[in-house]
Design a protein around this ligand. Structure first.
Ligand code: ZN
Length: 186
C-alpha cells in the first residue's frame, strides 16, 4: 500500500469523466488500498481515484469510523436537501457551504465484483455525492449557485497552492502541509 500524491484543482484529470472498471483484479485491489492509505494520511473523509491521477470509477470513504469503497457507483438521491460546509482534498485548506441531498443510495460493486448498496444520510450522503461527482469530472464548486461559486473562486485563486497544478502540467503535485479541511475534505 502506498500513499499517493493528491492532484490539485487545475489538474485536467479532475475535470475528466472516469471510465468504468472492467477487470476486478489485483490492480483494482491495489488501487483501493492506495486510495484508502492516501485518504487516511491526508487525512480525509473520502477520496476518488481521479484525485490520485487514476481515471477509473472507484472511490473510498472514512465516515463515522467506517471505511468503505465502491466501484462503478450509481446514485439515487432524496428530494430533501441538507445544508453544510464541505471541503475537498484537491482544494487544500478551504471549506465552502455546498448544498447536497440529505439521503443518498449508492449502488455499485466491491473490489471483488460483488454487487453492494450503500445508504447514507448527512455526511455519508454528502460524501457519496461528492465522490461520485469526482468520477464524472464534476467538482463541489460546480454544485454552488453562481454567487457562492464566484466567492469560492476568489478564495481559491488567493490560496497559496493555486496555480501549482497548472504550472507543473499533469505531473503529480505533492500536497502542501497536512490538508487542513477541518475533517471535511473529501
Ligand atoms: Zn473532492
Amino acid at each position: 500500500m502506498t500513499v499517493q500524491p493528491i492532484r490539485l484543482f487545475g489538474d485536467p484529470v479532475l475535470v475528466t469523466p472516469a471510465s468504468p472498471v472492467v477487470d476486478f483484479d489485483k490492480e483494482l485491489r491495489q488501487l483501493v488500498a492506495d486510495l484508502t492509505e492516501t485518504m487516511k494520511a491526508a487525512p480525509g473523509a473520502g477520496l476518488a481515484a481521479p484525485q490520485i491521477g487514476v481515471p477509473l470509477r472507484v472511490f473510498v470513504w472514512y465516515v463515522d469510523d467506517e471505511i468503505g469503497h465502491l466501484v462503478n457507483p450509481s446514485l439515487d438521491l432524496s428530494d430533501e436537501m441538507q445544508e453544510g460546509e464541505e471541503g475537498c482534498l484537491s482544494f487544500p485548506n478551504l471549506v465552502f457551504e455546498t448544498p447536497r441531498a440529505f439521503r443518498a443510495v449508492a449502488k455499485g460493486f466491491n473490489m471483488h465484483g460483488d454487487a453492494v448498496v450503500i445508504e447514507g444520510t448527512q455526511l455519508l450522503a454528502r460524501c457519496l455525492q461528492h465522490e461520485t461527482d469526482h468520477l464524472n469530472g464534476v467538482l463541489f464548486i460546480d454544485r454552488m449557485d453562481t454567487e457562492s461559486r464566484k466567492l469560492a473562486m476568489k478564495e481559491i485563486r488567493e490560496s497559496e497552492w493555486f496555480g501549482t497544478a497548472i504550472e507543473q502540467g499533469s505531473k503529480p503535485v505533492v500536497k502542501v502541509s497536512p490538508h487542513n479541511t477541518f475533517g471535511l475534505g473529501i
